[in-house]
Design a binder for this molecule. Structure first.
Ligand code: NDP
Ligand code: BG6
Length: 513
């Protein structure tokens, strides 16, 4: 089909996506695509989903006949919905060219239907409106569940019974959280499967849609210089780091029920780990890749409480400004022990990774915003230049860094001779900075994932057995943490997080990058 992945090429990096994806390949010419965003009045819909759909439209990646419906309980007219979303649309590709026209064209394809999430009758009304726009053409329907998880099943029931396509496919994108432990996640999957087949369910983990995460496999499997080093023989440790320089602002109520381990580690960081560590898949097909990821997850050593450090941010004043602590949020209980920071050491019990620590660190309200994959290599055996590094040989090891965000980059720390007559070495970076190499703006993760769902490409979505394996790994640890009511180590808002994370790393001979 016309999905960009099936046309992997080494052509000009500047080439627009539209040329790689002829409209004719996005569906039968007289077919129709109806996209319904359930929870359209919410934060995610405004911030990410409508803008991503507009960007796809702007790049000619949507089929000719498409409509976007917002669905939520809030009362709104079509015009009010358009006003609401027009505030967050941006023309990132070419700010000057036809931007206003394109926005107007997009907005005329957007409609709204107000209804309850558990009302079959209201979904039947939606079906009527969709049919009107589809005008008798073959119709494919995509539902995006941008709503709290407690109403997922109601919506899926009503949408599948009353608003499924009768002529084309019906797919449902589900946002995390997928349960809060193994049992609740399994229960959710079973309920969804009463109404949908696994093939219709697209569980989103938006980190898989990030450019640098996509690039991880390309880097590894299409460059001879990396894959042979990708094992315990050459890699000393791998670090997966997520940090945000703001707190749970506005989402404290949601967050307190989940905590950072469920919010970031069990999904975003674990998915990256699985992609990083998997064996070479048979092909780039979704099932081949997901099969390999599941094998990694099933090979992981059970997580131990002694390999976990948890923290929670407290209020802090800096530069005359007071930054409130986590429990100062009125939606968070004062005695909450929910972690806003966690660091963990994970191990994969297989021949490739035996003994290699995979260190994860995730935190809110830290000193910086970044997401990185750092790979620290072993020492050079019998290093001829070791005297140049003094006693700290760790400083001489190579490190490969994939900076997922911000300022996307791939760089390799190497030792290099300082030019001159003497023999002095220093650490330098072979640096691929995306903004310098690829002037075009990088698509948002949601654009890639929406396009994939429309195309039926499942590679970047989570299969139910992957989800089970991820929860199997984290559930016992979370239970123990919660049963023992382990108090998190407090750290000041805007700091580097609890010092315990450094002890944990040191225990495994690791220094955080
Ligand atoms: P919101 O809390 O903004 O909810 C979306 C919409 O759902 C609301 O506008 C509201 O619409 C309806 N809603 C909210 N609470 C309830 C309730 N208790 N019962 C019934 N309906 C309700 O969520 P977000 O937009 O922030 O997120 C949507 C989904 O995406 C969630 O599952 C969230 O966990 C997930 N997510 C969000 C991210 C973000 O950055 N916001 C990031 C990653 C995932 P109305 O009242 O009009 O019906
Ligand atoms: C979401 C988490 O999945 O990812 C949020 O629920 C977090 O807590 C967000 O802020 C981070 O995403 P990004 O793309 O901004 O790094």
């Amino acid at each position: 089909n016309g999905h960009p992945l099936n046309a992997v090429s080494f052509e000009d990096a500047e080439k627009p996506l539209a040329k790689e994806l002829p409209l004719s390949e996005l569906g039968e010419p007289d077919s129709n695509l109806s996209i319904t965003i359930v929870g359209a009045s919410g934060d995610l819909a405004k911030k990410k989903i409508f803008p991503a759909l507009f960007a796809l439209f702007y790049e000619d990646c949507l089929p000719e006949n498409f409509t976007v419906f917002g669905y939520a309980r809030s009362k709104m007219t079509d015009e009010e919905l358009r006003n609401m979303i027009s505030k967050t649309l941006t023309c990132r590709i070419d700010k000057s060219e036809n931007c206003g026209d394109k926005m107007d064209q997009f907005l005329t394809r957007c409609f709204y239907h107000s209804g309850q999430y558990n009302s079959e009758e209201h979904f039947l009304e939606l079906d009527g409106k969709l049919k009107e726009k589809e005008a008798g053409r073959l119709s494919n329907r995509l539902f995006y569940l941008s709503i709290p998880p407690n109403i997922f099943v109601d919506v899926v029931r009503c949408a599948s019974l009353k608003a499924s396509s009768t002529t084309g496919w019906t797919r449902v994108i589900v946002e995390k959280p997928f349960g809060r432990d193994f049992e609740s996640s399994g229960q959710l999957t079973r309920c969804l499967k009463q109404y949908l087949t696994e093939d219709q369910i697209f569980r989103i983990d938006h980190y898989l849609g990030k450019e640098l995460v996509e690039n991880l496999s390309v880097l590894r499997f299409s460059n001879l210089v990396f894959e042979p080093l990708w094992s315990r023989n050459y890699i000393r440790n791998v670090q997966l780091i997520f940090s945000e320089d703001f707190g749970t602002e506005g989402r404290g109520g949601y967050f307190d029920n989940y905590g950072i381990i469920r919010d970031i580690m069990q999904n975003h960081l674990l998915q990256i780990l699985a992609l990083f560590a998997m064996e070479t898949p048979v092909s780039l097909d979704a099932e081949d890749i997901r099969n390999e990821k599941v094998k990694v997850l099933k090979s992981m050593r059970p997580l131990l409480l002694e390999d976990l450090v948890v923290g929670q941010y407290k209020g802090h004043s800096r530069g005359g400004k007071l930054y409130l602590g986590y429990t100062d949020d009125p939606t968070v209980p004062k005695n909450s022990v929910t972690p806003t920071f966690a660091a963990a050491a994970l191990f994969i019990n297989n021949a490739r990774w035996d003994g290699v620590p995979f260190l994860m660190k995730a935190g809110k309200a830290l000193h910086t915003k970044r997401a990185e994959i750092r790979v620290q290599f072993r020492h050079v055996p019998g290093n001829l230049y070791k005297r140049n590094f003094g006693t700290d040989l760790d400083k001489a090891t190579n490190e490969l860094v994939l900076r997922v965000q911000p300022d996307e980059a791939v760089y390799l720390k190497i030792n290099n001779k300082v030019p001159g007559l003497g023999m002095r070495l220093d650490r330098s970076d072979l640096n691929l900075l995306y903004s310098a190499r690829y002037p075009k703006e990088i698509p948002d993760a949601y654009e890639r994932l929406l396009l994939d769902a429309i195309e039926g490409e499942r590679r970047l979505f989570i299969r139910s057995d992957e989800l089970d394996a991820a929860w199997t790994l984290f559930t016992p640890l979370l239970k123990e943490l919660e049963e023992k009511k382990i108090a998190p180590e407090l750290y000041p808002y805007g700091s580097r997080g609890p010092v315990g994370a450094h002890y944990l790393a040191a225990k495994h001979n690791v220094r955080w990058g």
